[in-house]
Design a protein around this ligand. Structure first.
Ligand SMILES: NC(=O)c1ccc[n+]([C@@H]2O[C@H](COP(=O)([O-])OP(=O)(O)OC[C@H]3O[C@@H](n4cnc5c(N)ncnc54)[C@H](O)[C@@H]3O)[C@@H](O)[C@H]2O)c1
Length: 451
């Protein structure tokens, strides 16, 4: 096979079909034939650039480095310390650029990971697709609710593969949960409890600030981008989730994971109605977003979700779900546990108010005696069943799904539409908190009802 044929098959492997980056193809092919990728055939290689190499991006790198055929070639970040650490993490292979646009202009790069604060997500995702890159964008897809529709349009216009990064849905536990629910084992599910609870400063996003952070190492203007112009401020830079200028707080940062998972596990799109309440009770010095939120979501498929998050208690620690059905419940966390329902019909407290003879007859009825015996025996034998314990790398699995979509040019499971709907629920919670009213979803327009 000639080097040109090789380079075309490589391109077909990852890009296949119409590409908005058609004009840059010559340069792409030239890069691929240069032997840059060593012994592995070019058709098995993909060059990835990272826009933002903060805490999450470096977790993604750890997982991506385990996937054969992927080369992390370029990184960009607004804090020098993270640029240096990310290059070190990738054994010195990537080079740094001082502006994300240089990653987008680089025709040798096939795909980008965008892992920057949320107020940048829409701009960077759309620009990346317009530059011909496939995109892995960290959750939450959007900073404001209607940005999702713009991103969806850009996916369609550019024919790029965009996957959102709520890796939970690629975990073995959530995939098993989806199967158990679909099997009917839980009976009729009418209620789900979902939560995200913490009780530390770190959990409340008061992250440590690196000792070398100063105006020489931190590019404040680069961080601000489309956000309101404010003077240099290290807590805002490193603890950006605490501020509405860059984040939607608990709802968009944490509930969005819960919503994505519920939609995936239940096979539904979005709630028809959302109500939220939130307040800032404790971490008042450090933020302008709530530290406690309760939300109710109502789904037209016939169930409700009670979603809560607090930074002030961890009796239900971490994140989890209780999926409650008439035949049993699933608890989904680090492990997946089934609790059978063993209801006993025992109206004795009511029957005891009847005339004595009638009460006696009721309980001496042989059918009632047999029923109670059997029901109580079942109740006594009731045992939770641990279906599985999760120890897989969900991020790696999620990245592999993205790469498979890139290869097949088919929409990923967590597409822009899926990300938009999950993130919209988070925005609806915040809109409801702000207005004090319910917020309703328009399924046709894929946006909040305006009337
Ligand atoms: N999927 C998950 O489980 C998960 C976990 C954590 C974070 N996240 C998401 O990942 C994203 C990043 O979060 P994080 O915790 O890594 O935050 P972080 O603050 O640790 O990292 C963000 C990085 O972006 C850089 N940055 C800011 N503006 C930039 C710009 N214009 N160009 C280049 N770099 C820029 C910052 O310097 C910083 O290093 C967020 O959207 C967050 O919601 C997802």
């Amino acid at each position: 096979m000639s080097s040109r044929q090789k380079s075309i098959s490589r391109r077909t492997f990852f890009r296949n079909g119409a590409t908005a980056a058609g004009a840059g193809l010559g340069a792409l092919i030239a890069t691929r034939t240069s032997g840059l990728f060593g012994a592995v055939p070019p058709s098995d290689r993909m060059a990835v650039g990272f826009i933002g190499v903060g805490a999450r991006a470096q977790q993604i790198m750890d997982s991506m480095l385990l996937i054969p055929g992927v080369e992390i070639v370029r990184v960009c970040d607004a804090y020098k310390g993270r640029v240096a650490r990310s290059i070190e993490r990738c054994n010195g292979k990537p080079t740094a650029v001082d502006n994300y646009k240089k990653i987008l202009e680089d025709k040798g790069i096939d795909a980008v990971v965008i892992a920057v604060p949320d107020h940048w997500h829409k701009t960077m995702a759309i620009e990346a697709m317009q530059a011909g890159k496939d995109v892995y964008i960290e959750k939450p897809l959007t900073y404001k609710i209607d940005e999702g529709l713009e991103i969806i349009k850009a996916v369609k216009d550019t024919k790029r593969i965009l996957q959102v990064g709520s890796q939970g849905i690629s975990s073995d536990i959530q995939r098993k949960t989806r199967d158990v629910i679909a099997s009917g084992k839980l009976g009729q599910i009418t209620m789900i409890r979902a939560y995200f609870n913490r009780n530390t400063a770190e959990g409340a996003w008061i992250y440590p600030i690196p000792p070398d952070a100063n105006p020489q190492t931190v590019n404040w203007e680069m961080f601000l981008g489309p956000a309101p112009k404010l003077p240099f401020n290290l807590p805002r830079f490193f603890q950006w989730r605490c501020y509405k200028d860059y984040s939607g707080g608990i709802a968009t940062d944490l509930f969005v994971h819960l919503c994505t998972s519920i939609h995936f596990m239940m096979g539904v799109q979005a709630p028809s109605q959302v109500m939220g309440m939130g307040d800032l009770y404790r971490w008042k010095e450090s933020r302008d977003v709530p530290d406690t939120i309760n939300a109710s979501l109502k789904y037209k498929e016939g169930f409700m979700v009670n979603m809560s998050g607090t930074f002030n208690n961890t009796i239900s620690s971490g994140a989890g779900f209780q999926i409650l059905g008439t035949e049993g419940s699933l608890e989904v966390g680090g492990k997946l546990t089934f609790f059978p329902e063993t209801p006993v019909e025992d109206p004795s407290w009511v029957v005891r108010s009847w005339p004595s003879a009638m009460e006696k007859a009721y309980f001496e009825d042989p059918k009632m005696v047999a029923y109670l015996q059997e029901a109580r025996a079942k109740e006594a034998a009731r045992q939770p069943e641990v279906i599985m314990v999760g120890d897989d790398d969900a991020t790696k699995a999620h990245l592999e799904r993205w790469f498979a979509s890139i290869k097949s040019r088919t929409a990923p499971e967590e597409s822009a539409e899926v990300g938009h709907r999950a993130c919209s629920v988070a925005h609806m919670v915040n809109l409801s908190i702000a207005s004090g009213n319910s917020v309703y979803w328009d399924f046709e327009a894929q946006r909040v009802k305006s009337d």
